[in-house]
Design a protein around this ligand. Sequence first.
Ligand SMILES: Nc1ncnc2c1ncn2[C@@H]1O[C@H](COP(=O)(O)OP(=O)(O)OP(=O)(O)O)[C@@H](O)[C@H]1O
Length: 266
Amino acid sequence: MARPRPTGPILEARDLTLRFGEVTAFQDVAFAVMPGELFAVIGPNGAGKTSLFNVLSRVYTPTSGQIALDGRDLTALRPRDLAGAGVARTFQNLGLFGPLSVLDNVLVGRHHLMRAGALRAGFGLRSARAEEREHTAAAMAALERTGMADVAGVAVENLAYGDRKRVEIARALAMHPRLLLLDEPVAGMSADERVEITELVRALHADGDLTILLVEHDMGMVMRVAQRILVLDFGRPIAVGSPAEIQADEAVIRAYLGAAPEAATA
Ligand SMILES: Nc1ncnc2c1ncn2[C@@H]1O[C@H](COP(=O)(O)OP(=O)(O)OP(=O)(O)O)[C@@H](O)[C@H]1O
């Protein structure tokens, strides 16, 4: 049965603070991401982006404040419950299994939906085979969306970095998430790969109902894809707005080491 589409924010943070002992990773962060939105969090080095991403993906529990998914306390979920709650993520440094094929890596993302146990599958029961076909079809559909279906049988370790990122995004999509969390998707990429992944993220968002929260250091990438942007600086929110508003915001320009707006959009 299709989940009812929430009318309020899909994700909402209020007064969110994370401290590691004496170190404040971020504080008093507040934002609301609406269903279908592409929302980005940016900021200079050490601004707190990764720490915030880790709170959203349940790696860390905030020191104080609230974070709600569809109006319910996100911190009540364990990391492994996220997929079932409709949230999928990618990792900054890829979380793939190199020796496994592209298809098998994507099937790992369907794990939480697999009902047939290994024993039933081993005996080749019809229901287990039907389920396997269903998962393979879903994984192949996700690979189609990221342009990787034709290399489904290739070991991931034989792919270029940008293509591995496509596989990782496909794995997240195969979970059929409503909310996709992207952790610095163009980090470590060549200029060409950056353009390709930026276009992929834009196309995935344009495709349909997916809500995307993107944490990214690369201003240019964010300006091309995001509808709204939250800027952190030294752990504090300094601006929220459209790309045009953020580019014109003096506090943001100062935070990026006095970079001129042209430089910030490069
Ligand atoms: N596990 C940790 N223990 C202690 N301090 C931490 C930890 N993780 C992050 N910090 C601190 O929290 C602050 C925010 O770091 P964070 O990595 O979230 O920033 P960032 O915006 O992602 O930076 P970058 O763009 O350089 O990755 C920094 O002062 C950092 O040193």
